[in-house]
Each structure stands twice: as structure tokens, then as C-alpha cells.
Design a binder for this molecule. Structure first.
Ligand SMILES: *Cc1c(COP(=O)(O)O)cnc(C)c1O
Length: 326
């Protein structure tokens, strides 16, 4: 994402619109090129960046939109693409959760100018660390490859390797941001397993959703629209706190007591000390993100999860919720 923003020549004075309901690195990369992250709140139901909010935040300084496919559910990327093209803005997608996801049969990675995937250990496919950028723009591709390897121009690099020549040209200050060959080998084998692993994630999600629909007065599930194919990176469950006698923290503790690990995705960025002190954000700025944050839990979901594991999580969540129903 950092290299993508650099390849677009973004820098000081520029603004990039993104969601506060994401991991901090989504906003950090904007800061690392010297631009300013501008947050647009999420839709209260989908928890995805709200295109209306994006539009409302566009100024003369806006250069790009950096949407996130939260949880591996595609955001409203086609609407965002329309907004971007009418305002002549670039779109860089944070697809860290969205390997294998699609919108109306269009795979994530084939829609925007630049799409960034993460292969960190917790993601749907992994190379330990690292990631991938997809683009169909030859000039941007060239620039990205130069930036990721010391700013050495690819043509000169090729000459150096093929002809055995010692000559190469440094075109700009680049980075050492390449995937190692070891990681690439792992990534290729992961890629072949991706459809199978995604199918298993989908099964688990469907089991969860079928079960939790039965206690819909106590918990809320995410329902994908028929036109999208989610990657099911996360399974976020929102508690109806007003219907429960316990809060989210207690719910997590109760699950922990049953040996079920959960997490919270995400603590909205505008509530973090850095974004408060750097940009003057405070509680109340993005109410939909805050409302989601207060009642959300990410349940375990991974391809090796057994049928019994899934059943145990379903029974535990159902027990805790019904036992603490008002
Ligand atoms: C994991 C994650 C990232 C960062 O990916 P890395 O490969 O770990 O740098 C960015 N955005 C989101 C939404 C993520 O979940």
C-alpha cells in the first residue's frame, strides 16, 4: 500500500479518504507518503466504508480513495469506482482480507487501478510476511517493481542479469520491499489451496449464520448480498447489548473460559491516541464505527476448524447469549 501510494506520486498536501474501521496500517501508509488520512464512516449494517460518506469528504486536496474490504466482504467498490472516476481520483484497495472475494463475478484485484493483498500469517493465504499488488497499468507496475527493489530500473536490472553485465541504473530512492523466493514458493503452493480453504471458510460461516439466526434477538450476523462472493476472512458477530445483561468484554471472557479465542476487529482508528493527537479526532466523530466496535466479536474461523470445533463455538455462544438474555 505504501509503494502504491508512492507510485501514484502522492505526498504532502494530498488527502486520501479511508475508513476508520480498519487496522492502523491502512492509515499509516497514507501518513508515510506525507499525505493526510481522511476518515469516512462505515455503513451501520455492513460495516463497510459508506460511499456517501466518502463523497462528503472529498475536497480539492483529495487525490485517492483507499477502501477496505472489511472481513473479506467486498465493500461497495463499484460505487466508489464511479465516484473516483467522476472526480478523477485514484482508488487503491486494501484487500488484506479479500483474497478470493468477488463482486458480481469480478474478482477483487481486477477492479481498481491498484489492489493490495496481505499474506501475513493470519490472512486467508500466507507467506509469513509480505503481500501483493495487482494492477493492469503497465507504467504503475514498472514503478512498483522499481520502488520495491532499491529504485533500480527494471530494464537495467534485466540487462545486468541476462547479459551478465555489471551495469544498472538507480532511478530513485527505492526500498527493499520484495518478497523472498522462499516466501514466493510458499505463496504459490498456498494459491493452489486457496479455493479449497475458502470453501471451508464459507461452510463454517454458513453453519454459524444458520445457528445464530435462531438467536437473532440477541446477536446480529453479517449477511452478504447475493451479488458478492465473500472471502470470509473474519466472522464478525455483533451483540444486541440492549437485550443482554452482560457487555462485550464479559462475553469475550466467558468464551475464553470455554477455551474459545476471539478478537475485536477493529478499535476505530480515531479512538487511538496517535490519530487523536495528530488530527484532533475524538469520540463521537464516527458514530457508526464506534457503535460497531462496542458490540463486535470476531469468532474463530479457519480452514482446519473441525465440525466439532464449529459446533462447540455455536453451542458456547448460544449458551452464553441465552443465559444472559434480559
Ligand atoms: C493485516 C492488515 C493489513 C496489513 O497487512 P500486513 O501484510 O500485515 O502489513 C492492512 N489492512 C488490513 C485491513 C489488515 O487486516
Amino acid at each position: 500500500m505504501h509503494l502504491s501510494l508512492l507510485a501514484l506520486d502522492l505526498g504532502p498536501g494530498d488527502e486520501v479518504i479511508t475508513t476508520p474501521f480498519t487496522f492502523c496500517s491502512t492509515a499509516h501508509v497514507i501518513e508515510h507518503v506525507g499525505a493526510r488520512p481522511i476518515f469516512a464512516d462505515v455503513d451501520p449494517v455492513s460495516m463497510q466504508i459508506d460511499p456517501n460518506e466518502v463523497e462528503r469528504r472529498i475536497t480539492s486536496r483529495t487525490k485517492a480513495i483507499l477502501p477496505v474490504h472489511y472481513g473479506g466482504h467486498p465493500c461497495e467498490i463499484e460505487t466508489i469506482a464511479d465516484i473516483a472516476s467522476s472526480r478523477r481520483l485514484s482508488v487503491v484497495e486494501d484487500a488484506a482480507h479479500a483474497v478470493g472475494a468477488a463482486v458480481r463475478e469480478r474478482p477483487i484485484g481486477s477492479i481498481s487501478t491498484l489492489t493490495c493483498f496481505s499474506f501475513y500469517a493470519t490472512k486467508n493465504i500466507t507467506t509469513g510476511e509480505g503481500g501483493m499488488v495487482t494492477t493492469n497499468d503497465a507504467a504503475l507496475s514498472e514503478r512498483l517493481q522499481r520502488l520495491r527493489l532499491h529504485g533500480i530500473s527494471r530494464d537495467a536490472w534485466k540487462r545486468y542479469r541476462q547479459g551478465g553485465s555489471w551495469y544498472y541504473e538507480v532511478a530513485e530512492p527505492g526500498f527493499k520491499a520484495n518478497l523472498t523466493d522462499f516466501q514466493a514458493a510458499l505463496g504459490l503452493s498456498q494459491l493452489t489451496k486457496e479455493p479449497r480453504m475458502r470453501a471451508r471458510r464459507k461452510e463454517i460461516a454458513q453453519s454459524y449464520s444458520a445457528a445464530f439466526t435462531k438467536i437473532a434477538d440477541l446477536v446480529e450476523i453479517v449477511v452478504p448480498s447475493d451479488s458478492v462472493r465473500p472471502a470470509w476472512h473474519l466472522y464478525p458477530l455483533r451483540l444486541h447489548l440492549e437485550a443482554l445483561t452482560i457487555d462485550r468484554a464479559t462475553f469475550i471472557t466467558e468464551l475464553e473460559a470455554r477455551n474459545i479465542g476471539t478478537s475485536v476487529h477493529f478499535i476505530p482508528l480515531h479512538l487511538q491516541p496517535h490519530f487523536q493527537s495528530a488530527y484532533g479526532h475524538s469520540l463521537g466523530d464516527f458514530p457508526n464505527s464506534e457503535a460497531a466496535y462496542e458490540r463486535i466479536i470476531s469468532l474463530p474461523i479457519y480452514p482446519d476448524m473441525t465440525h466439532d470445533d464449529v459446533g462447540y463455538v455455536i453451542d458456547s455462544v448460544t449458551d452464553i447469549a441465552t443465559a444472559s438474555a434480559r
